[in-house]
Design a protein around this ligand. Structure first.
Ligand code: FCB
Length: 446
């Protein structure tokens, strides 16, 4: 493996980090913020592995300047963050909250002042609880509430933010939130999850023209969690399982976003559990976008499992593969095959890796450093994979490492550390890890 260098990439390639509001901001009841489904969920006993919540998290709401300084000091040129809807509206018919808008306004100004291009995610899972109380994403009124929120935010920030992501990982919003119940709001119903998924995608499609009107010249896209799917063996039944699994995991999103409707293979499997699709929905979802955000962590390995509804597949975790401490397979090849596949099969326009990263059980050394060599190697190998995908013709324009800081990792609480910067939670001290130092040196070209 030749050592990867920044000059292997285009000079205007974007180098960033990715974050999300609920995972870092804390300040849960400050300046008029109201509860989101993640406040409710994390306060429910048994939902979060360490019993924690995001109420304080990294206290980024108060320490944002220090955090943006860290990103600037790393030499980055872009920064992905999300807006907490719950800071902007506190009820269905409420006026926008000036304090919430002011926070994001100064945050964005802070990015621009530091040479960081703001990449704004409008929805990273933290639905206002008052909307969940009325059915959440299962209720089409939430689409209208989202459009109103998007309208207000993009009018306010549209002249300064030129990159907008409508939704982060609708798979997780829908399926973890409503099928396996691992995430807020914690429902366990496939038809509900598929309806939520559909409504979220409709809200994406209908938001795009609104953002275009409010943020002239902006680039707009969506960030999907995509997984290469591999067969657990060479047997014909396991090989056939791959396509069924892929139909819901990946094509369910890609096909409909790129105008092909939901994949027939998946529709046949889910049968009567398929979502209600209203006239005009599929055209709305297939609105042209400027880029696709690819969030890549690991491939999924599946086998034929006739008793599993609806896909008749089961995910397995074969022995002998390299894994992070979270158990996620380390597969840089998966990133290459995923990027190549997406570009080959869909007219995505520009591709950005909007998330990629690894969780290891870091600890603070006595000398105050964090030697996360495994995370550094993960990063090097994935950047090398991305370079190879570009060499092979891929239209990849930027990379956002997940994440700038250790943070509240959803159902895992603070047990999982993904940061390039270590957070010592009792003191809120930030310590750039070896991986962060490496990324910085790489980006700086040294
Ligand atoms: C992604 C999420 C992000 C973070 C990483 C580890 O699925 O978008 O918020 O939790 O996983």
């Amino acid at each position: 493996m030749t050592m990867i260098k920044r000059t292997d990439f285009a000079s205007d390639f974007l180098w960033g980090v990715s974050t999300s509001a609920y995972q870092i901001e804390g300040a849960a009841a400050v300046d008029g913020r109201v509860p989101s489904i993640w406040d409710t969920f994390s306060e429910t006993p048994g939902k979060i592995r360490d019993g924690s919540t995001g109420a304080v998290a990294c206290d980024h709401y108060h320490r944002w300047e220090e955090d943006l300084d860290l990103a600037q000091a790393m030499g980055l040129n872009s920064y992905r963050f999300s807006i907490a809807w719950t800071r902007i509206f506190n009820g269905v018919d409420a006026e926008p909250n000036a304090k919430g808008l002011a926070f994001y306004s100064k945050l964005v100004d802070g990015m621009l002042a530091r040479g960081l291009q703001p990449w704004c995610t409008l929805y990273h899972w933290d639905l206002p609880q008052y909307l969940q109380d009325q059915g959440g994403w299962n209720n089409r009124a939430t689409i209208d509430a989202y459009l109103h929120y998007v309208d207000v935010v993009t009018r306010h920030l549209g002249s300064r933010i030129k990159h907008w992501i409508t939704h982060n990982e609708p798979w997780c919003t829908a399926m973890h939130g409503n099928w396996d119940g691992m995430h807020a709001p914690g429902n366990k119903s496939l038809p509900l999850a598929l309806q939520v998924c559909h409504n979220v995608l409709v809200s994406h499609g209908r938001a795009v023209p609104l953002i275009r009107a409010n943020a002239p010249g902006a680039q707009i896209g969506i960030a999907l969690s995509l997984h290469p799917i591999k067969a657990g063996s060479d047997s014909p039944v396991d090989l056939a399982a791959v396509s069924r699994h892929d139909a819901l995991r990946n094509r369910w999103f890609l096909d409909v976003l790129y105008g092909r409707g939901y994949p027939a293979e998946a529709l046949a499997l889910v049968g009567a559990d398929a979502p209600v699709v209203e006239a005009g929905d599929l055209d709305a979802i297939a609105v042209p976008c400027d880029f696709l955000g690819v969030n890549y962590y690991f491939p999924e390995v599946v086998v034929d499992a006739p008793d599993e509804y609806p896909l008749r597949t089961r995910i397995i975790h074969p022995e002998g593969r390299q894994r992070t401490d979270f158990g996620w397979e380390v597969s840089p090849e998966g990133l290459i095959s995923l990027l190549e596949r997406v570009a080959r099969d869909y007219p995505t326009g520009d591709l950005y890796v909007t998330e990629n990263g690894s969780s290891y059980d870091d600890h603070l050394n006595e000398d105050g450093t964090v030697t996360d060599t495994a995370r550094r190697d993960y990063l090097i190998r994935h950047l090398t994979a991305m370079r190879d995908a570009i060499t092979a013709g891929g239209n990849i324009k930027g990379y956002f490492a997940w994440s700038l800081l250790d943070n509240f990792e959803w159902a895992e609480g603070y047990l999982r550390r993904f940061g390039l910067t270590y957070i010592d939670y009792p003191t809120q001290r930030r310590i750039v890890k070896q991986s962060g130092e490496w990324y910085s040196a790489f980006v700086r070209g040294s």
